[in-house]
Write a protein that binds this ligand. Structure first.
Ligand code: URA
Length: 213
């Protein structure tokens, strides 16, 4: 008797598989097949958050970059290295944190041989929101660290002004405390070494309260 092959459930455009249970792993599994916006098409893979599911600190960036897209891991490229350097200076272990992004696919344009970062638009940020919300709901961190305006606005609302409110603690209705600072890429983008040095010092200063937690 011929055995019937199980039919693959087609995932229509604009959708994603449902997590099979309430765990972070199941959420990650579902996010791997995300087609909620068009960013999955040119990207190599979904780059989901990484770290202990019971982490007390969740760090949120904008979106994976070139190296993250290729490796499947958040903050492993130049921005991640700068962030690691700041954490090391402050004596904070990244391994205790859960590190993720507001958007889980790399958005880029091709210029010659390089893939240049492009900011995700509001529709793409909204489509991806389900994953970030799901990560935070499952981890329930005490502290959220937002790197850059896209992460800060996702957590603190569109009125949040990064340059005015960076480094100041905010409290969410669920009791989680939030601190926002510039994105490490902002530090790397500074024109000369003096500006870079100053931007880096301010970045470390903003993160300093984490060392006391
Ligand atoms: N920039 C981000 O915002 N996140 C990453 O994972 C890498 C670079």
């Amino acid at each position: 008797m011929a055995t019937k092959k199980p039919r693959k459930r087609a995932v229509p455009e604009g959708s994603a598989p449902e997590p099979v249970d309430d765990s972070l792993d199941a959420l990650r599994g579902a996010a791997m097949g995300c087609k909620r916006c068009d960013l999955w098409k040119p990207a190599t893979q979904t780059v989901f958050g990484e770290g202990p599911p019971r982490a007390r600190i969740v760090v949120i960036g904008e979106q994976p970059g070139d190296q993250e897209d290729l490796s499947g891991r958040p903050f492993v490229g130049p921005a991640g290295k700068l962030f690691d350097r700041a954490l090391e200076e402050l004596g904070i272990g990244r391994a205790d944190m859960y590190v993720t992004n507001a958007v889980k696919h790399f958005k880029f344009e091709i210029r010659g041989k390089v893939r240049l970062h492009r900011s995700p638009d509001p529709g793409q940020q909204k489509a991806c929101r389900v994953w970030l919300d799901g990560e935070i709901e499952r981890i329930r961190p005490d502290v959220i660290v937002c790197l850059g305006a896209i992460a800060a606005k996702a957590i603190l609302g569109n009125k949040f002004g990064l340059m005015k409110q960076r480094g100041l603690w905010q409290t969410l209705p669920n009791g989680a405390r939030v601190i926002a600072t510039v994105h490490p890429s902002y530090v790397l983008r500074q024109r000369d070494s003096e500006s870079r040095h100053m931007a880096y010092a301010a970045f470390v200063r903003d993160l300093k309260p984490l060392a006391r937690l």
